[in-house]
Design a protein around this ligand. Structure first.
Ligand code: HEC
Length: 148
């Protein structure tokens, strides 16, 4: 092995180790039961199970942090996704939104799942069963239609 390559590999290993010291917070703030979407709207069990299976990890304080999210740089990507996800739509802080905002978010939820944008390809690859079927999409949109 040429010496430059050996040096480059060594530098890479040192870098990978150093990266592990930058640990993003992987927190789940406490759940306030009255704030959750399920406490404020009547969510049918089928839709609730879709939330649990495919949305809560990024859009609630009920995140199940996967083992692979402990290793940098994956840890950074996962933490970034969760913080952006919670910022845009937090099913655990539903009561904090105005009614206009709630109506807007419900409309967007149906749009995102209809377009197949959520839960996202990377998430679907890592979580068997997370990808929504046509039937799941219909459950979500029918419920949103009736919740209005
Ligand atoms: C892997 C993390 C992840 C999962 C799982 C996930 N989302 Fe998202 N979601 C995001 C991120 C990040 C954003 C913000 C950036 C963007 O739009 O891509 C977002 C944005 C959204 C928005 C847009 C909110 C706005 O104000 O525009 C909606 C609605 C949404 N997601 C619904 C869902 C639904 C419904 C599910 C479950 C079927 C889901 N998401 C699953 C990460 C996720």
């Amino acid at each position: 092995m040429p010496q430059w390559l050996r040096r480059a590999l060594l530098a890479l290993i040192v870098l990978l180790i150093a990266m592990q010291f930058i640990r993003p917070a992987r927190t789940n703030p406490p759940i306030i039961p009255g704030q959750e979407i399920t406490a404020n709207l009547s969510v049918p069990p089928a839709v609730e199970s879709i939330f649990e299976r495919s949305c809560n990890d990024c859009h609630s304080y009920r995140t199940v942090w996967p083992r692979y999210s402990e290793v940098a740089p994956v840890s950074w990507l996962v933490a970034f996704d969760v913080s952006r996800g919670r910022k845009d739509l937090n099913l655990s802080a539903w009561a904090a939104y105005s009614s206009t905002k709630q109506a807007d978010l419900l409309k967007k939820m149906c749009e995102e799942v209809t377009e197949g944008e959520m839960p996202g390809t990377a998430y679907e690859l890592m979580h068997a069963g997370a990808k929504l079927s046509g039937g799941d999409v219909k459950q979500v949109c029918d419920w949103i239609q009736s919740a209005k």
